[in-house]
Ligand binder design. Structure first.
Ligand SMILES: [Zn+2]
Ligand SMILES: [Zn+2]
Length: 323
């Protein structure tokens, strides 16, 4: 397997030895940005997570949260070059819309590699470049000053320097990837948009299959996802809906608190962070969902840590693993 791995050279922006390896949440919201007093604690920006480990800066998705990330990187690096890799899960607006406002892309000192898969009816290059053209935006991707490198993924395993990355396609409308990122400080799984496979048993798509076939498909798909996630130190997972809301949104492409907890327990992950918060959920509602998740974990008797991703929060990886 190793022999076939596509290895891209490291692009160190930070000294490999600089502790601690960590993730930082710049956008945790699903669907659309919702700034305001109701979302101050968990955040209003859409999907963007920064990972620093083994000398690399790896950015997960480019929702509106990538704008404040860009501002922070400029402030930190000043005249030093920012070299980073951006992994895109899929083409939905809440995962790409912030990129035109990512300041490091406008500085010729910087180098940005972007990775992702072709979408339904669009190549990966189109997904990245089309939103940045007239009449949608006044500056094209070609006009950006940074050295831009758009990489269509066709393989499910590759590596960025020392960091090995595995990808899996997950249940979400269109083409949507999840990533598992293996660093020397532990592994992080990132599935911001994912609906449990049990939807096959309830949806119109499932109704096209016989009940036995739908049941088997759901069980097989879920088993391979459990294997993909198994033993992750941190799992950042779609937990957009309460269980009651989910029953009214089957087939919309998102999960519920109890499905997220069940998946994390089955995959024996260490720390589950509910993610892709519903734009209609204020901070108090997210608190309640976390409380419910804690109750489910307590009932299971298993040692899963669970919380909800919070914009601005940093999680040191080694500390988390030692805990
Ligand atoms: Zn989304
Ligand atoms: Zn989506």
């Amino acid at each position: 397997m190793r022999g076939k791995l596509r290895v891209l050279p490291p692009m160190p922006s930070v000294p490999a030895s600089s502790p601690p390896a960590r993730i930082k949440f710049w956008g945790t919201r699903g669907s659309i940005a919702v700034p305001g007093p109701e979302t101050l604690r968990y955040g209003g920006n859409t999907t963007c997570v920064e990972l620093r480990a083994d000398g690399e800066i790896i950015v997960l998705d480019a929702g509106s949260g990538i704008r404040p990330l860009g501002v922070a990187l400029q402030k930190e690096f000043q005249a030093r070059p920012v070299n980073l890799s951006l992994l895109i899960t899929h083409a939905h607006w809440d995962h790409i819309q912030g990129f035109p406002f990512f300041k490091p892309a406008y500085d010729s000192n910087n180098q940005i590699r972007i990775f992702g898969f072709d979408g339904a009816g669009a190549t990966f290059r189109e997904i990245i470049t089309e939103p940045m053209r007239s009449p949608f935006f006044p500056i094209t991707m070609r006009e950006l000053s940074a050295k831009m490198d758009i990489n269509k993924l066709s393989e499910m395993k590759f590596s960025l320097g020392k960091v090995e990355i595995h990808a899996a396609f997950v249940n979400h409308p269109g083409v949507c990837a999840g990533y598992r990122i293996f660093t020397t400080a532990g592994s992080i799984a990132f599935l911001p948009d994912y609906e449990p496979y049990e939807f096959f048993l309830h949806s119109t798509r499932g109704n096209q299959l016989s009940p036995e076939r739908a049941k088997k498909t759901a069980a097989d798909e879920r088993a391979s996802l459990v294997e993909f996630l198994h033993g992750s130190d941190i799992l950042i997972l779609d937990g957009q809906y309460t269980d009651e809301e989910y029953r009214r949104h089957i087939g919309w492409g998102h999960g519920s608190v109890s499905s997220a907890v069940a998946l994390a327990l089955d995959a024996e992950v260490h720390n589950l962070l509910l993610f892709h918060h519903d734009p209609g959920h204020g901070d108090q509602m997210v608190d309640k969902m976390v409380e419910f998740a804690h109750a489910l974990v307590a009932k299971s008797g298993k040692p899963l840590e669970v919380g909800a991703a919070q914009e601005g929060a940093e999680i040191p990886l080694e500390a988390k693993i030692a805990a």
